[in-house]
Design a protein around this ligand. Structure first.
Ligand code: ATP
Ligand code: SF4
Ligand code: MG
Length: 333
C-alpha cells in the first residue's frame, strides 16, 4: 500500500534577529498510511509542532526555511505546490488542530460562519445542508445550544469550548490527513473521551490518517498504532506502540516515558524528569544531541551523531548502543 503521507529527510531552520540559524527539525523521515495513527512525542521544543506546521506549509514566511527534504502527499510533492494549490488542500484534504486554538480562528467572524465557509468552499454543499452539518458537528464535539452559539464570536467561548470548535472545523471536511497538535489538553476527561471517539469514528468511516502530537501516554495508548520519539529536532526512535512502551532502546525514550503522565496511573505516581536540558538548536555539535544528558554516553557519542538502525521491521533507533558499527572498545564517556 502506498503511504498517504511520506516525509523524507526534512530539515527546517529559523533565523533569529542576530542571524543565528536555529535548526528546529533535522532529518525527519516517516510514512503514514491510510487509517493509521502515528503519535509524535518528545520534550517541549523538540520540533513536534514545527514538523506539523511544515506539513501544512504554515511556517512563518519571514524567518523560516525548509532547507532540505521532501513531503509527498498521495505521491504528489507538496513542496512544489503554489500557495494557492496548497490552500485547496489545507482544511479539505489535510487539516490541523493547532496547539493554540486561536491560531485557527478568525476573531472577527462568528463561529458558525467560520465553520460553514470551510464546508461550503470544500464540499460544494447547499446552504441548508451546510447549516445542518455545522450544528451536528458542534453538538458532536459537546457544544450545548449549538444553533445559538453559532452566532457568537471566538472570544465569547471559553478556552475548552474554542478547542472543541477548532476540532469541529478540522473534522468538518473529512480530511485524509489530520494533524492533531495536543488536541485535547484544555478539555476535561469526559469531553476528551467524546472527542477521541469522534476522531476514531471519522477514521473508521473515511480512513483518515492521523498524526497525534501529545504529552499524554494514555492518549498514545488509546489512539495510536505507532510512535515517533523526537529529540532536538530528530526522530530518535520509532516503533509500534508496544515496541516503544515496553522495548524501547533509546536512553532518551526510556527517560521520556518515565517523565510523562500515564493513563490510569494513581495520583501519587511520581513523574521523573530527565536531568539536564536539551541542547541549543543554534549551536549543535557533531555528536549525539543527547550526549550531555545520557547515562550511557561513550566516547564515540561526543564526535558522531548515531545513524538510524533497524531493530525490527517496525522499530528503528538512532543510538550507538544499538549499533554494531559503534567502536565498542571506547566505553568510558
Ligand atoms: P511543545 O511540546 O512545547 O509544543 P514542540 O516540540 O512543539 O514543543 P516546536 O514548537 O516544534 O516544539 O519548536 C521547536 C523549536 O523551534 C524550538 O526551539 C523553538 O524555539 C523553535 N521555533 C518554533 N517556532 C519558531 C519561530 N516562529 N521562530 C523561531 N523559532 C521557532
Ligand atoms: Fe546516549 Fe550515545 Fe546513545 Fe546518544 S548515542 S543516546 S549519547 S548512548
Ligand atoms: Mg508544540
Amino acid at each position: 500500500e502506498n503511504p498517504t503521507l511520506k516525509v523524507e529527510n526534512l530539515h527546517v531552520s529559523f533565523k533569529t534577529h542576530d542571524e543565528a540559524e536555529i535548526k528546529a527539525v533535522r532529518g525527519v523521515s516517516f510514512e503514514l498510511v491510510k487509517g493509521e495513527t502515528l503519535a509524535i512525542v518528545g520534550e517541549s521544543g523538540s520540533g513536534k509542532s514545527v514538523t506539523a506546521k511544515t506539513l501544512m506549509r504554515l511556517l512563518p514566511k519571514q524567518n523560516s526555511r525548509i532547507t532540505e527534504g521532501e513531503i509527498y502527499y498521495e505521491e504528489k510533492n507538496l513542496l512544489t505546490y503554489s500557495n494557492k494549490d496548497m490552500q485547496k488542500i489545507r482544511g479539505s484534504e489535510i487539516s490541523m488542530v493547532f496547539q493554540d486554538p486561536m491560531t485557527s480562528l478568525n476573531p472577527t467572524m462568528k463561529i458558525g460562519k467560520q465553520i460553514m465557509e470551510g464546508l461550503r468552499k470544500h464540499q460544494g454543499l447547499g446552504k441548508k445542508e451546510v447549516f445542518t452539518k455545522t450544528t451536528e458537528l458542534l453538538e458532536l464535539v459537546g457544544i450545548p445550544n449549538a444553533v445559538e452559539r453559532m452566532a457568537d464570536f471566538p472570544h465569547q467561548f471559553s478556552g475548552g469550548m474554542r478547542q472543541r470548535v477548532v476540532i469541529a472545523m478540522a473534522l468538518a471536511c473529512n480530511p485524509n490527513v489530520l494533524l492533531a497538535d495536543e488536541p485535547t489538553t484544555a478539555l476535561d476527561v469526559t469531553i476528551q473521551a467524546q472527542i477521541l471517539d469522534l476522531m476514531k469514528d471519522l477514521q473508521k468511516k473515511t480512513g483518515t490518517a492521523i498524526i497525534l502530537i501529545t504529552h499524554d501516554l494514555g492518549l498514545v495508548a488509546s489512539m495510536a498504532q505507532r510512535v515517533a520519539v523526537m529529540y532536538a529536532g530528530e526522530i530518535v526512535e520509532t516503533g509500534l506502540v508496544d515496541e516503544i512502551f515496553y522495548e524501547s532502546k533509546h536512553p532518551y525514550t526510556r527517560g521520556l516515558l518515565l517523565s510523562m503522565p500515564k493513563l490510569h496511573a494513581s495520583r501519587s505516581t511520581r513523574l521523573i524528569p530527565i536531568p539536564g536540558t536539551p541542547p541549543d538548536l543554534g549551536r549543535l555539535s557533531e555528536g549525539c544531541p543527547f550526549a550531555a544528558r545520557c547515562p550511557y554516553v561513550m566516547k564515540v557519542c561526543h564526535n558522531h551523531n548515531p545513524i538510524r538502525t533497524q531493530v525490527s521491521k517496525t522499530h528503528t533507533v538512532s543510538c550507538w548502543l544499538e549499533d554494531e558499527r559503534a567502536p565498542r572498545v571506547e566505553w568510558q564517556g
